[in-house]
Design a binder for this molecule. Sequence first.
Ligand code: HEM
Ligand SMILES: *[C@@H]1O[C@H](CO)[C@@H](O)[C@H](O)[C@H]1NC(C)=O
Ligand SMILES: *[C@@H]1O[C@H](CO)[C@@H](O)[C@H](O)[C@H]1NC(C)=O
Length: 320
Amino acid sequence: MAASLSMALANLCFLLLLLSSSKAELSTNYYSKSCPSVFTTVKSIVQSAISKERQMGASLLRLHFHDCFVNGCDGSILLKDTLSFTGEQNAFPNRKSARGYNVVDDIKSAVEKECPGVVSCADILAIAARDSVVKLGGPSWNVKVGRKDARTASQAASNRDIPAPTFSLNNLSSSFRAQGLSTKDMVALSGSHSIGQAQCSKFRDHIYNDSNIDSSFANSRQLSCPRATGPGDKNLAPLDLQTPTVFNNNYYKNLINQRGLLHSDQELFNGGSTDSQVRSYSTNPSIFNADFAAAMIKMGNIRPLTGSNGEIRKNCKRVN
Ligand code: HEM
Ligand SMILES: *[C@@H]1O[C@H](CO)[C@@H](O)[C@H](O)[C@H]1NC(C)=O
Ligand SMILES: *[C@@H]1O[C@H](CO)[C@@H](O)[C@H](O)[C@H]1NC(C)=O
């Protein structure tokens, strides 16, 4: 009796140990001994890439988002397709759309020179996203690190889990909820569309078919986005028409004026439950900045591989 009780206790302890080790957490000082230069190295390459091309900051921010929403922040989006491997880069949300992979490779090479085999590609994405936002005038936050890189990727999960520009407010909320993020986080993170560009094919239906759009804005967007599918599909327009290369709260002011570029953008201010949050961000940049930073940390915590799960890829494009 006593023996079986102590057995049961031992089992319980073992179970608790397992549970706690599988919940290993990210931390800001993870590399402080093993690669103290990582933050300055990432920052300097991000800054020079953005100085060459302002849009690159937006592209790097989006890579981290598209990484985290597909089986967690595990660098899976960086794995290139090969003859025998299908990853996420050609999934619908990424194909001919996601960019910045070369900058990530440049960062990885520089970091590998300083600390070989130490820093994950997933962490590089998280740090580069923060540095991009800061370089373009947005808020800063302390990036938690310690993620490992996945040895797999999933095109199907990418198609399923990254929200689409055709989504309704409800669709957007459920997509974020599936990642453990609230509707409030979703509205704050959408402020990322304060920077960067979208292609005609992604906003065509909104500017031709939706009625919740300012007509002069719709007209001016139609000038460079023909109604018919064709070569114009790739034509770009800024997600924030006012300050497309500065990270600020103008995105929310546009929404109030029915000047959201994507159908999904305008859903955040369309007579629904999120209108009040959009109004608040449009007049309170400091509330927006604080909520955005907090939500980025939350997004960066989505199901990371830690401890002995995953690997530190030598080359972000392929598994070791
Ligand atoms: C709320 C749901 C979201 C939807 C439906 C959505 C959809 C899109 C679409 C369709 C584009 C244009 C892509 C193209 O035309 O090639 C885009 C661009 C962008 N998205 Fe989102 N997005 C969402 C949330 C987010 C979040 C949470 C972030 C970051 C945390 C983000 C960051 C960006 C950035 C920075 C760009 C511009 C990229 C560039 O210029 O290279 N988006 N998004
Ligand atoms: C979006 O919402 C509609 C109606 O609520 C639902 O029928 C549809 O399945 C949702 N789509 C996605 C991709 O979640
Ligand atoms: C707009 O709606 C019509 C009717 O539903 C549809 O045929 C058309 O493809 C949609 N898109 C554009 C860009 O006109």
